[in-house]
Design a protein around this ligand. Structure first.
Ligand SMILES: [Zn+2]
Length: 81
C-alpha cells in the first residue's frame, strides 16, 4: 500500500488520505491564503471544530505555512468543515 497521498493534520497529528482533510494553501507567489484550491505550500487539518480550535489557539497553520493566517480563515474553515 502506498502512503503517497497521505497527509498529516497540523493539530492532532492524524495521518490519513488527503481527501480526509481540509487543505489550506499559501499561494505562490502572492502568499494569499485559500482553502481547498490553489498552488503553493499546503497544510492539512481535520474537518472538525476541535482541530480547527487547536490550530487557531496554537497558530499551527501559520507555523506550517510560514505566514500569518487571519482569524477569517479559521472562521471560514469552521463553516466549510
Ligand atoms: Zn486533526
Amino acid at each position: 500500500m502506498t502512503k503517497k497521498n497521505y497527509r498529516r493534520c497540523v493539530s492532532c497529528g492524524l495521518i490519513a488520505p488527503k481527501n480526509h482533510f481540509c487543505r489550506v494553501v499559501r499561494n505562490f507567489p502572492d502568499h494569499k491564503i485559500t482553502l481547498d484550491q490553489g498552488m503553493g505550500r499546503s497544510a492539512y487539518i481535520c474537518p472538525n471544530s476541535e482541530c480547527i480550535a487547536i490550530a487557531k489557539k496554537k497558530k499551527r497553520l501559520g507555523r506550517a505555512l510560514r505566514t500569518m493566517v487571519s482569524a477569517e480563515i479559521y472562521e471560514e474553515l469552521k463553516t466549510r468543515c
